[in-house]
Design a protein around this ligand. Structure first.
Ligand SMILES: Cc1cc2nc3c(=O)[nH]c(=O)nc-3n(C[C@H](O)[C@H](O)[C@H](O)COP(=O)(O)O)c2cc1C
Length: 175
C-alpha cells in the first residue's frame, strides 16, 4: 500500500471482529516496531510483549474492563480485539523520554497494521487497571524491573477502514 494511503487510512478502530490476525502479519507488525526511533541506548531498556493466546487475552480483557459512569455497564476497553502488544521499559529516566520512545514504537505498529488492512488502537486509559492486577501482570512475564508504558491492539475492524481527507487539524505556524 502506498504510504499516503496508509496515512489516510490509519484510524482508531473501536470495534473488532473475532477473526484472528495471522502469525505472519503479527511478525510484520513486530518488525515494524523494531524500526522505530528510540533515544540512544534505549533499545536495551525497551521490551515488547505480544499476546495472542485466547485465554490470556480474555484475562487481560477482564482486567482492563471499564465501567460506564452513566449506565454502570461494563465496557470492553479492548473493543473485542484478539491481539495486543505491550510496550514496556525499565530504568525510567527523570525526563520520561521512555514515553516518547513508546509513542514512536506504537505509531509504527499502527501504521504497519493499517498497511496490512487491519484496524488498530493505541491503548492507554485502561492500563492503570491492568497494572494493579497482580495475577494477570505476573502472567505477562515482563522482564525484572520493567513496567508497561503503553499498548496497541490490532485486528480486523468490524467496519472497513475508510480514508480520511488529510486536513490541518493540528494548528501550524509556518515561518
Ligand atoms: C497517547 C494516546 C493514548 C490513547 N489512548 C487511547 C485509549 O486508551 N483508548 C482508545 O480507544 N483510544 C486511545 N487513543 C486513540 C485516540 O483517542 C485517537 O487517536 C484520537 O481520537 C484520534 O482518532 P484517530 O486515531 O482515528 O485519528 C490514544 C491515542 C494516543 C496518541
Amino acid at each position: 500500500m502506498d504510504f499516503e494511503q496508509v496515512l489516510a487510512l490509519r484510524q482508531t478502530t473501536r470495534k473488532y471482529t473475532d477473526q484472528k490476525v495471522s502469525d505472519s502479519d503479527l511478525e510484520k507488525i513486530l518488525q515494524a516496531a523494531q524500526t522505530a526511533p528510540l533515544a540512544a541506548g534505549d533499545d536495551k531498556t525497551t521490551h515488547l510483549t505480544l499476546v495472542k493466546d485466547p485465554a490470556l487475552m480474555e484475562e487481560i480483557r477482564n482486567a482492563c474492563m471499564l465501567t460506564s459512569r452513566k449506565t454502570g455497564e461494563k465496557i470492553d476497553a479492548l473493543y473485542g480485539v484478539q491481539a495486543i502488544i505491550f510496550v514496556s521499559a525499565t530504568d525510567i529516566s527523570e525526563d520520561h523520554i521512555e514515553y516518547s520512545n513508546t509513542g514512536c514504537v506504537i505509531e509504527n505498529i499502527l501504521l504497519q497494521a493499517t498497511a496490512l488492512g487491519l484496524g488498530s488502537t493505541y491503548i492507554w486509559g485502561c492500563l492503570k487497571k491492568l497494572r494493579k492486577n497482580e495475577e494477570v501482570m505476573k502472567k505477562l512475564c515482563l522482564p525484572q524491573g520493567y513496567e508497561i508504558l503503553s499498548a496497541a491492539v490490532v485486528g480486523y475492524p468490524a467496519q472497513p477502514l475508510t480514508p480520511r481527507k488529510i486536513s490541518r487539524k493540528i494548528s501550524v505556524t509556518e515561518l
